[in-house]
Every structure is written in structure tokens, then in C-alpha cells.
Design a protein around this ligand. Structure first.
Ligand code: HEM
Length: 525
């Protein structure tokens, strides 16, 4: 035993130096291979595909780094890359098998977004995005994919037809004004009926309150008193909050369970509403009746029309609600601003209706809304490079080459936060900057070009209306008296939300109801 033991020890002790050397040289070899592969990959990602491809910003993890950055840091990742590279107004992010071209200069953004859809277009992305987010069936996706970017005189597909309808209805004019009056009526009713909670439980969540106001007023204005959102608003916000997961589209029933469930509940409610012919009722806005008729004309099934209407209601509510939240918060957190707004809203003693006040004096209010949008919007305007072989375009006397199928994104977040565009105080909330006159080419909250928001004029009017009404009727104390940071680590599909909940104490400042203002004001004030 002893001998065996000794011999074993001897044998193994003989092998140790040999094994040790082997392991050592293997690990050195592995390290060399690893380092060489890394160096090759790192170098490979820095090679432009054409001499005029925009400058490349390599990532420490070749090809994957930027994708991981976007995945883990959301919109903040590209926004910060843009801010860290102000000398590159346009740059290339190499990603596996493709590129993303980022534009951070408004001077380049404007001409690029004006290029014809045969060069850069958003529409090729729509079928896939809507399929995932709205759960459209293959037949509808097929209908959507037809004639998406028709040239003059060509057959107009569903998307272009619908875009025309929405754009023309929401352009300033009679139809938009009619919709605005409905919105005003609904907001007034909601605010007149609002009873702040008793002092013992007086703190309310400001975002939840503004969301509720905008959601109900919008749904009632567009879809009438028996609208399909009534009673299931919670599902709407569940859908909204899980949109990113639905967009990723990997087994959404599991990975984005709440959003999926919320969306399906909304769809069922809209489908029942349509099935019962509610869209034909007198209090439904013409734009909705026309949208439903147009979808039917293009061969959409009822359940699919319901999905399309969920998306329209979403566009109508979400950004307006969050912008209103920031506007109310910023105003009540700054006594000077609040005083200024109240003075502005009371300028004409002979016409005290809220509409007249808004018409007569809206400069500061307009500035507040614009500043909230500037600071709250990290939105991207995204386009795909349509020619498969790539394309070279001349912008401002310089040639740029883009790879076919790659994405081109205008980074609103960078443009809005850039000191070059907005001055040293670019990060601060200073509505007065808009009173001094600013260049709106640096303002991208509504996107631009082919995808410029068709609801922008309506939305601006609604946010102003809501802030004006709240400022007139209520006093609000912001608990903690602090403006929270924005949650910019998400997919920036809409105006950024606060990182923390904002609790406020609301009390009624003026007992009179909206609507009676004109009559009462002349006598009592
Ligand atoms: C403050 C409120 C709002 C903001 C900040 C906003 C912003 C935007 C943005 C950034 C886009 C995409 C632009 C792009 O991709 O370049 C968009 C698209 C759209 N918005 Fe708005 N929006 C607001 C309110 C509204 C309202 C109230 C409506 C309708 C009543 C509306 C209807 C739409 C529609 C239908 C689209 C899709 C346009 C298309 O792809 O053809 N938006 N909006």
C-alpha cells in the first residue's frame, strides 16, 4: 500500500510540470487567439463600407456593443453617444450584419427627412411593427403592405389613404376646431365634477390624475359617450407600459404578458363597440366614422379594425397626457411661473371664458408646453435605406453613403439636450427661452418629414387647455416640492415619464364651474 501510494505520488508528481506547462501554453495560445480575434473584430467594425459612409463609432464589444447598449440603456444610450460626439453630426453604429446611422444635427436632419420615400422611408417598417404591437393577422398585414409609398397618380394603398384622412382632419380648420370643442367640453365636465379627496387622504398621484383626465376626455370626444375605453382604462395603461415587449415580439403572451392581456381586452371592447354599430351614433367624431369606413373599404375584418382603433386612441392619449402632467407639475412647482400664467389667463376682463383667455393670451402657456416637450421628448425619427444596393446622397454639399436596408435615425434626444442648439442651460426647464424666439429646426417632439405627427396642432391646443383649466380652478401643492428626473432608460416611444411618482395635494381655488365663467366674471370680479 505504502509503495503503491508512494509510486502514485511519484508518478503524478512527475506529470505535474508537464501538465502545468501544457495548460500554461494552452492558455497563452487561447489568450493569443482571443486577443487576435478581438483585435480583428474591433478593426473590422471600424472599416467603412464605402468611402463616403458617415464616420464610424466603434464599440468596445465589436458589433454587439451598441446593440447591448440600446437594449440595456434604452434611448439614453444613443442620446449620450450623440452628446459625447458633437463633432460628428452624423455617425455610423456598426451592428451585426447591418448599420444604424445616427443624425444629431438638425441641419442634416431637415434635408435627409425630405428625401423621397424611394430613398429613405419609414413605411417599410410599418407592417412588421404593427403586426407585433397590435397583433394584426396576416391578411391585414398584407393589405397594409400594398402601395405604401405611392407616387402621384399611382394606386393608393391603405396606409397612404388613412394618413391623408387623419392629416386633413387634424389640420387647423373647421374639423379640428369641432374636435377641440368636444375635447374642451369633456375636460370641463371632468374638472367641474372633480372633487379633491378629503384632507385626511389628500395626496394624489399627479401622473395618474392627468392620464385619467386626458384618457377619458379623448375617448369621449372621439368615440362618444358609450366609448369602448370606459371602465377598462387600466388595460390601456398596461398596454402602453409593455409596448417595448410587444415590439420585441418574442412570445409576447409570456414576455409581455400584461401588455398583451391589456391590448386584447381593449380589442375585445372595441370589437363589441363596432359590432353593436356604436360607431354610427351621433356623438362619435366624424374622423372615427371615416376611419372605420376606410378600413372596411380596404377589406379589413371587424376585429382588425378594432386593433387599428386601439392604436389611434393610443396616439391620441399617451403623449398628450404625459405632456400635460409635466406642464402642470412645472407650473405649480414655480410660484413665479404660476403667477405669470394666471396673470396671462386673466388679461381681458371683458371676455373671461377659458377659450377667450386662451385665444387672447397664450404666449407663456405656449412656452411652458414647448419647453415640457423639448425636455420630455427623446423621440427618434426612423427611416430605412430603401435601395438594396445602398445609396449615396448629397446633403449640404457633402456626399453620404448609406447601406441598403440599414436604419437611419434622427436623434431627437440629442438635438433637444445639445448645448450647441439650446445654450449652456440646455438641461434646465426655462420656458422663457421660447419667448425670446428659438429655431424650431431644433425642436423634434413631433418628429418630422414623412412621419411628422398629424395630431400636433390638436395636441398642443389640448395640453394648453388642460393646463389653463387646472391653473384657473385648482391650487396644487407638490409634495416634496421637487421635480423628479425623467426615466430615459426606456425605448423612447413617447414623452418620458418621471422616475418617481409625483404626489400632490389638490384643492379647489375657484368654486365656479367652467362654462359659467363668462357670466359670473363680469359681476363678481
Ligand atoms: C403632445 C402630444 C403628442 C406628441 C408629442 C406626439 C408625437 C408624435 C411623434 C413623435 C410621432 C412619430 C413621428 C416620427 O416617427 O417621426 C407621432 C405620430 C403620430 N401621431 Fe402624434 N403626438 C402627440 C399627440 C397626438 C394626437 C393628439 C394625435 C391624434 C389625435 C396624434 C396622432 C398621431 C398619429 C396618427 C401618428 C402616426 C403618423 C404616421 O405614422 O403617419 N398624435 N406623434
Amino acid at each position: 500500500m505504502a509503495w503503491n501510494h508512494t509510486s502514485t505520488v511519484t508518478a503524478s508528481s512527475l506529470q505535474v510540470p508537464f501538465l502545468g506547462n501544457l495548460v500554461e501554453s494552452l492558455s497563452v495560445t487561447a489568450l493569443v487567439i482571443l486577443f487576435t480575434t478581438y483585435a480583428i473584430l474591433y478593426f473590422a467594425q471600424t472599416i467603412p463600407l464605402s468611402k463616403n459612409e458617415p464616420p464610424i463609432i466603434p464599440s468596445r464589444i465589436p458589433f454587439l456593443g451598441h446593440v447591448l447598449g440600446m437594449l440595456f440603456q434604452g434611448g439614453r444610450y444613443v442620446k449620450n453617444l450623440g452628446l459625447q460626439n458633437p463633432h460628428h453630426p452624423i455617425f455610423t453604429l456598426p451592428i451585426p450584419l447591418s448599420r444604424i446611422y445616427i443624425i444629431t444635427s438638425p441641419t442634416l436632419a431637415l434635408p435627409l427627412q425630405r428625401l423621397p420615400p424611394s430613398t429613405l422611408s419609414f413605411t417599410p417598417l410599418i407592417p412588421n411593427i404593427t403586426k407585433r404591437v397590435l397583433g394584426l393577422n396576416p391578411h391585414t398585414v398584407d393589405v397594409i403592405s400594398q402601395a405604401m409609398d405611392p407616387l402621384p397618380g399611382q394606386h393608393i394603398g391603405f396606409l397612404a389613404d388613412m394618413a391623408d384622412l387623419v392629416k386633413s382632419t387634424l389640420a387647423p380648420g373647421e374639423e379640428m376646431n369641432a374636435l377641440l370643442s368636444r375635447m374642451e367640453h369633456e375636460l370641463k365636465s371632468l374638472l367641474n365634477a372633480y372633487v379633491p379627496p378629503p384632507p385626511s387622504q389628500r395626496e394624489i398621484d399627479l401622473l395618474a390624475w392627468t392620464r385619467n383626465l386626458v384618457a377619458l376626455a379623448t375617448a369621449r370626444s372621439l368615440y362618444g359617450a358609450s366609448n369602448p375605453l370606459e371602465g377598462i382604462e387600466g388595460s390601456f395603461w398596461e398596454f402602453d407600459h409593455g409596448l417595448g415587449g410587444l415590439l420585441v415580439g418574442i412570445c409576447p403572451q409570456v414576455t409581455a404578458r400584461k401588455a398583451y392581456r391589456g391590448r386584447e381586452k381593449l380589442v375585445q371592447s372595441f370589437a363589441a363597440w363596432l359590432r353593436n354599430g356604436k360607431h354610427k351614433e351621433a356623438d362619435v367624431a366624424p374622423i372615427i366614422a371615416n376611419r372605420v369606413a376606410m378600413a372596411a373599404k380596404h377589406g379589413w375584418e371587424l376585429q382588425e379594425v378594432a386593433r387599428s382603433e386601439v392604436s389611434f386612441l393610443f396616439a391620441g392619449i399617451v403623449n398628450t397626457a404625459t405632456t400635460s402632467f409635466w406642464g402642470v407639475l412645472q407650473t405649480f412647482n414655480d410660484p413665479k411661473l404660476l403667477g405669470g400664467l394666471r396673470a396671462e389667463l386673466a388679461v381681458d376682463p371683458n371676455s373671461k371664458t377659458i377659450e377667450a383667455r386662451l385665444r387672447d393670451a397664450k404666449l407663456l402657456l405656449e412656452a411652458v408646453v414647448n419647453e415640457c416637450l423639448r425636455l420630455g421628448s427623446d423621440t427618434y425619427s426612423t427611416r430605412v435605406v430603401v435601395p438594396k444596393e445602398g445609396v449615396e446622397v448629397e446633403v449640404k454639399g457633402k456626399e453620404y453613403w448609406f447601406q441598403g436596408g440599414a436604419m437611419v435615425q434622427i436623434s431627437g434626444g440629442t438635438i433637444h439636450a445639445s448645448k450647441e442648439n439650446w445654450g449652456e442651460d440646455a438641461r434646465e426647464f426655462k420656458p422663457e427661452r421660447f419667448l425670446k424666439g428659438v429655431s424650431f429646426k431644433n425642436f423634434r417632439a413631433f418628429g418630422g418629414g414623412q412621419t411628422l405627427c398629424p395630431g400636433r396642432n390638436f395636441a398642443l391646443a389640448v395640453v394648453r387647455l388642460l393646463i389653463a383649466m387646472v391653473v384657473t380652478k385648482f391650487d396644487i401643492e407638490v409634495v416634496g416640492g421637487k421635480i423628479p428626473e425623467k426615466e430615459d432608460g426606456v425605448l423612447p416611444v413617447h414623452i418620458l415619464e418621471p422616475k418617481e411618482r409625483v404626489m400632490v395635494k389638490v384643492s379647489v381655488r375657484d368654486e365656479r364651474e367652467f362654462g359659467d365663467f363668462g357670466a359670473t366674471d363680469k359681476t363678481s370680479r
